[in-house]
Design a protein around this ligand. Structure first.
Ligand code: FPP
Length: 228
């Protein structure tokens, strides 16, 4: 969800104003996905690297997280959406952490869609943590190195309950991955748009999905193999 800061600065406002307006886009896109339906939506809300931003900006983002969670619990319930979160959640301020766990608990039996917030998330950190956990199991003779295959690794990632990414959308004209789900996007279709996140609306999402639907996902095979 990139471009909040530039959106605000373009209009002569503080960056925080962009983040506030970004929450409107979050609501619209979550509702659009619930309506389509898109069964899994993951939003990159705060990266491990974002902790290095000015303290006031980090505080604004955490405050927005708490207020959005409080405000949107009804939206999640109305659409039967389960809230999930990935990342180093314990590093979040206590208020945000408690509110997050509370909404996750309240929505845990919802089945229509899973909305995952990536919070204090970094793919390298996730992979490092996974390697540490698996190494401990080997060291304690719980498993042998030959037990480690792709699905074993998958089952140790934060995303163990989620499918691989099909479509990755990055807003604001940047064409980078920025440490997002590096393992899980191995075969994702990438979609970049110049639209800044606070301006991102349903029609932009539909455009991205239409583009995705016209791609041929070969997963290493040839076109002839897929269309004999
Ligand atoms: C990147 O834009 C955006 C973020 C670091 C924060 C995203 C957060 C929200 C949309 C609001 C809160 C989210 C939830 C789920 C309640 P940027 O600030 O890097 O923009 P720039 O590249 O223009 O500076």
């Amino acid at each position: 969800m990139d471009g909040n800061g530039r959106w605000a600065k373009k209009q002569g406002f503080f960056r925080s104003f962009g983040h506030e307006n970004g929450t409107e886009a979050v609501r619209e896109i979550v509702e659009a996905c619930a309506e389509l339906p898109v069964p899994y939506l993951t939003l990159y809300a705060f990266s491990t690297e974002n902790w290095n931003r000015p303290k006031t900006e980090v505080q604004t983002l955490m405050r927005l997280l708490v207020s959005s969670l409080k405000k949107e619990i009804k939206t999640l319930s109305d659409h039967n959406i389960k809230l999930n979160a990935i990342g180093n959640l314990e590093s979040l301020p206590k208020k945000a952490y408690v509110q997050l766990l509370d909404v996750m608990e309240q929505t845990k039996n919802h089945t229509h869609m899973t909305l995952t917030l990536a919070l204090s998330y970094g793919a390298r950190e996730e992979i490092t943590k996974t390697i540490q956990e698996i190494s401990h199991k080997v060291k304690n003779n719980l498993i042998s190195p030959s037990d480690i295959d792709e699905s074993f690794i998958n089952n140790h990632l934060y995303t163990r309950d989620l499918p691989d990414v099909d479509l990755l959308i990055r807003t604001s004209g940047e064409q980078r991955i920025s440490n997002f789900l590096l393992w899980q996007i191995a075969y994702a279709e990438l979609y970049f748009t110049d639209t800044l996140w606070p301006d991102y609306r349903k029609d932009h999402l539909f455009e991205a999905i239409l583009d995705y639907q016209n791609r041929e996902r070969r997963f290493g095979k040839t076109s002839e193999q897929l269309n004999p």
